[in-house]
Design a protein around this ligand. Structure first.
Ligand code: C2E
Ligand code: MG
Ligand code: MG
Length: 249
């Protein structure tokens, strides 16, 4: 993995996040992949846990951040996407523990001349609940710089509503498990309605992850969910496949 980072066999895929009202592209989520010389194409579940056990995740995370910002800037420059389209970058807990995490973020923005609001850091509820105080402080500094914060996989961790109230956050990404459950019981629709209403009351954007069917899309749009991500719109794509996808859109 160390070699892979140095030699460039890691790559980023990009998955569109769509404005459910207009159908327009709102943001892209960067998702790391590894083309392993012997094992072939590896999804993050096959190597991120190992990276997270060591400090390799810090190096990997910095590479992801830089690559994603540079890629977004290039697409803005080429006018392939509107200047408002942002990038969501996943961040691991250990990255918050490194002293230069903030400067890494600011360097990436500075180098690429992206507007800070074009970058959104995704942090899971689990990470937040593991280090609530220190992370809140760092996230506050990130948010003060204009960079946005999203809570990923919302609903699967243990973040309390009280914490959410005081937390520096701009976007809530509701986990795909809740979207999947929409098909099974009307209570699940009400549950999602409640979360979406709460988020809007707190001025938070809502993204639903894992939208696979037109029915799910219809229900979520009727619940005023702002944005959606899932195979219905597009799977995560290589940079070149994304360029083809956006040209056809
Ligand atoms: P995530 O951040 O929640 O990313 C969404 C995952 O859901 C992606 O899996 C994506 O391919 C998958 N997905 C998207 N739409 C659908 C759908 O409609 N149905 C289903 N069943 N799945 C869908 P992926 O790419 O395998 O990534 C898994 C996780 O690995 C991510 O979950 C994220 O937590 C982590 N990850 C990925 N890239 C990075 C990275 O650069 N850094 C860090 N720290 N974690 C990353
Ligand atoms: Mg994510
Ligand atoms: Mg997620």
């Amino acid at each position: 993995l160390k070699k892979a980072i140095l030699e460039g066999s890691l790559t980023l895929f990009y998955q569109p996040i769509i404005d459910l009202k207009t159908g327009e592209l709102y943001s892209l989520e960067s998702l790391v992949r590894w083309f392993h010389p012997e094992l072939g194409f590896l999804p993050p579940s096959k190597f991120l846990p190992i990276a997270e056990e060591t400090t390799l995740i810090v190096e990997l995370g910095y590479w992801v951040l830089k690559t994603a910002c540079h890629q977004l800037y290039q697409w803005h420059e080429k006018k392939l996407i509107s200047q408002n389209v942002s990038i969501n970058v996943n961040v691991a807990g250990k990255q918050f523990e490194t002293v230069d995490f903030l400067s890494q973020i600011f360097d990436c923005i500075g180098e690429t001349k992206l507007s800070p609001s074009n970058l959104r850091i995704e942090v899971t509820e689990t990470i937040i609940s593991q280090h609530p105080t220190s992370i809140t402080k760092i996230l506050k500094q990130i948010q003060d710089s204009g960079v946005k914060i999203a809570i990923d996989d919302f609903g699967t961790g243990y973040s309390s509503l009280a914490r959410m109230r005081n937390f520096p956050v701009n976007q809530i990404k509701i986990d795909k498990a809740f979207v999947k459950a929409l098909n099974t019981h009307s209570k699940n629709v009400k549950f999602l309605q409640g979360i979406i209403t709460l988020c809007h009351t707190l001025d938070l954007e809502v993204v639903c992850e894992g939208i696979e069917t037109k029915t799910q899309n219809k229900i979520l749009t009727s619940l005023n969910c702002n944005y959606g991500q899932g195979f219905l719109f597009a799977k995560p794509m290589s940079a070149s496949d994304f360029e083809l996808w956006i040209k056809q859109k």
